[in-house]
Design a protein around this ligand. Structure first.
Ligand SMILES: [Fe+2]
Ligand SMILES: [Fe+2]
Length: 170
């Protein structure tokens, strides 16, 4: 009985991972998405690794609830699609917390058509640090998963002493 549950859970996870990549493969082929691997996010991960984690965990939760898992995965991957280093002294992007969702949304629209859910997830993912909440329930998943991943990455970064960041592509 226990073996059968574990086996079924494993099969569910494998199927979920395959489905996840089917939803985002076209985005992963985009140059701007691949370039996210060159930027460090929260000290120990590349921005692409962070975005992949946010996208996958959010997708999995949306799938369990029976919500729009495809939009959640795609918007999760694109939620931080900005190509600058906010910690660089020469960086002229002011008010990063408020403005980077707007930049990410503009950049996402250059590489794919976004539905209303995807656009709103990206635009409002900084809620709590910004005032306006997401409009759709899927947006709350990405908002909270993003914060969970950021906290986890900051913690891992502190423990690892800020060594080479973990990359998604390598
Ligand atoms: Fe962000
Ligand atoms: Fe993020």
């Amino acid at each position: 009985m226990a073996f059968s549950i574990v086996k079924r859970y494993r099969e569910y996870r494998i199927n979920a991972i395959n489905e996840f990549y089917l939803h985002i493969n076209d985005l992963l082929e985009q140059e701007s998405v691949q370039q996210l691997d060159d930027f460090i996010q929260h000290f120990c991960h590349s921005r692409l690794k962070h975005s992949m984690d946010v996208a996958y965990y959010s997708f999995f939760i949306a799938k369990v609830f029976g919500w729009d898992a495809r939009s959640t995965a795609r918007a999760g991957l694109l939620h931080d699609l900005f190509l600058y280093d906010r910690y660089n002294e020469d960086c002229d992007h002011k008010n990063h917390t408020k403005n980077h969702p707007i930049i990410a949304l503009e950049n996402a629209r250059k590489i794919t058509e976004l539905n209303d859910i995807e656009a709103n997830i990206i635009r409002r993912h900084m809620w709590l640090a910004t005032l306006v909440p997401p409009r759709y329930k899927e947006g709350y998943i990405v908002t909270f998963v993003d914060k969970y991943c950021a906290a986890k990455e900051l913690f891992q970064g502190m423990l690892s002493g800020h060594k080479e960041p973990v990359k998604a592509i390598g």
